[in-house]
Design a protein around this ligand. Structure first.
Ligand code: ATP
Ligand code: MG
Length: 511
């Protein structure tokens, strides 16, 4: 095919970071008006490749052609002038600005107020509202980012691209943070954009999404391009096998549960949000040793607040929390952790990790003050590194410079794997997993699911919170369904069908 049939063409692109070749001689072409998916394991080099197209890095070797013309894309502004837009894996919005202000940031429309140019806020709000109507991406232009949910923030990121008249739209794992309903909506939006002639590049770990919307799919493995496939004629199993480099098994096998003594007891728990409004209302449940208790629910129904309250990150307004017989309702986070609590939080970047610390420090964040890491008040860095080496190996945490890698530079999925490694390795009696597999590739998900079951078989009590119904149905021994802050139903997993759980989640069915 002649080069000018491609709106984007990358030729022999290589990008190295200290200790790693993130992209190794990659050549591919993307056609105007197609949805082109990028698939690959965590750390395969997907975000890096697209960051170069968006001008955040320059390739060490190779050339990029846009609309048949060679371009050195030196900055995101330059990419914007080439009508390229990107929604990043971790959003880049200013939280105390309004939606409209975020959208115009850097290209503020000015009008004259007397002798001085000022930003035309009213005009902007109107323009943003019109744009949002045109694309079916409803937002309130005057709302502040800090007060809107992730799905709205993502709409803002999309509107930001459209406001800049992007024709080539890059989405880096846009569905990782969304609920199933929001995902359906986003995929529709993406299809709509394609139908209007835009070119879409979609990075995702979810094979069904690729199957649903993409025309072609490139598969990366450890920096190399493995293949570019026609999606319609390829099965998801083939895609999975190609990307992981082995046969992937999607089924979760689980032996019958053997419950031991009660480890967690939550009684009449009420949790309030910052405005004093109850988001968890009079919730009671118990989790036993050897039990996976999963809370199913649509995002925003109070499930993360339950996890935060049990972990000590949020105060209980009413009710009590008992761990292993001890009342921990008012205990500090560290007291709970010392009693045997592991916590994999929802927000890996702001709660789970110190991004500017090396991987080795992050892996010891929960026990750095104990031997062997700390002796007589002195930290032993060799002990940190030895421990981290072992964890990185066991949990397959990949990074450029091993355990000395600054965590911020690690790929999103590998950051998540690091948190999981740290928390599982504590061998705590109680383990709370909130969205543990978000952003992980299918091979890594398979591993984490196995590890969760292994911990349960060892007699740990597991509290699992997930928006993925498949994950809940596959792992749970007991399912609690939360709706609007209330636990509508608690039952053994084998007594409930996916459909029933779904109905409780929507509040349609009452216990
Ligand atoms: N700024 C950087 N400095 C050093 N190393 C980096 C940097 N950015 C990426 N890397 C490394 O390059 C490799 C590829 O990372 P990249 O973020 O492109 O992976 P990915 O395919 O997007 O993975 P994920 O699915 O986890 O998001 C990783 O090993 C990562 O640690
Ligand atoms: Mg990435």
């Amino acid at each position: 095919m002649p080069a000018d049939e491609y709106i984007v063409e990358m030729r022999h692109i290589t990008k190295r970071f200290p200790g790693i070749v993130a992209n190794d001689d990659i050549s591919l072409g993307i056609k105007k008006g197609e949805i082109f998916a990028l698939l690959g394991e965590n750390g395969a080099g997907k975000s890096t490749l697209m960051s170069m197209l968006f001008g955040m890095y320059e390739p060490d070797e190779g050339e990029i052609y846009i609309r048949g013309k060679r371009e050195r894309i030196s900055s995101p502004n330059h990419a914007t002038r080439l009508n390229i837009g990107m929604v990043h894996q971790h959003f880049k919005l200013v939280s105390n600005y309004t939606i409209a202000e975020n959208i115009i940031l850097g290209i503020e429309p000015k009008k004259m107020a007397g002798l001085f140019p000022v930003v035309d806020i009213k005009g902007t709000n109107e323009k943003v509202a019109a744009l949002s109507r045109q694309y079916g991406l409803e937002v309130d232009p005057t709302a502040r980012i800090e007060n809107v949910n992730v799905s709205t923030q993502q709409r803002v990121e999309i509107l930001k691209m459209l406001y800049r008249e992007a024709e080539i739209l890059i989405f880096d794992e846009p569905t990782a943070v969304l609920t199933p309903q929001e995902i359906e909506f986003l995929l529709q939006i993406i299809r709509g954009l394609r139908d209007q002639g835009k070119t879409i590049i979609l990075i995702t770990h979810k094979l069904e999404e690729i199957k649903q919307v993409a025309d072609r799919c490139a598969i990366l493995n450890r920096g190399k391009l493995i293949d570019v496939l026609d999606v319609a004629s390829t099965t998801t199993q083939t895609m999975a096998n190609l990307m992981v480099g082995r046969e992937v098994d999607f089924t979760v096998t689980k032996s019958p549960a053997q419950f031991g003594p009660e480890v967690l007891r939550v009684e009449h728990l009420t949790v309030k949000n910052a405005d004093g409004f109850p988001v968890v209302k009079d919730v009671s449940f118990t989790v036993k040793a050897g039990e996976i208790f999963a809370i199913a629910g649509v995002s925003g129904n109070g499930q993360t607040e339950i996890a935060d309250a049990v972990a000590g990150m949020l105060p209980a307004a009413e009710g009590s929390i008992t761990m292993d017989g001890a009342d921990v309702t008012h205990a500090s986070v560290r007291e709970r952790s010392d009693l045997g609590l592991s916590y994999i939080p929802e927000d890996r970047q702001s709660v789970g990790l110190v991004l500017d610390f090396p991987l080795s420090d992050n892996l010891a964040l929960k026990n750095y003050y104990k031997p062997p890491f700390c002796q007589k008040g002195i930290l032993d860095h060799a002990a940190f590194e030895a421990y981290a080496e072992k964890l990185a190996e066991t949990y397959d945490v990949r990074s450029g410079q091993g355990v000395r890698t600054i965590t911020r530079s690690m790929s999103g999925g590998n950051q998540q794997k690091a948190i999981i490694a740290r928390e599982i390795e504590l061998s705590s009696k109680l383990m709370i997993f909130v969205q543990p597999t978000r952003g992980l590739d299918i091979g890594a998900i398979e591993n984490i699911h196995r590890q969760i079951i292994t911990e349960r078989n060892k007699g740990r009590a597991v509290l699992l919170i997930s928006l993925e119904l498949d994950e809940i149905m596959g792992l749970a021994d007991t399912i609690g369904v939360i709706f609007s802050g209330q636990m509508l139903k608690i039952a053994p997993a084998e007594t409930m069908t996916t459909n029933e759980v779904g109905q409780y989640m929507m509040g349609v069915k009452q216990a």
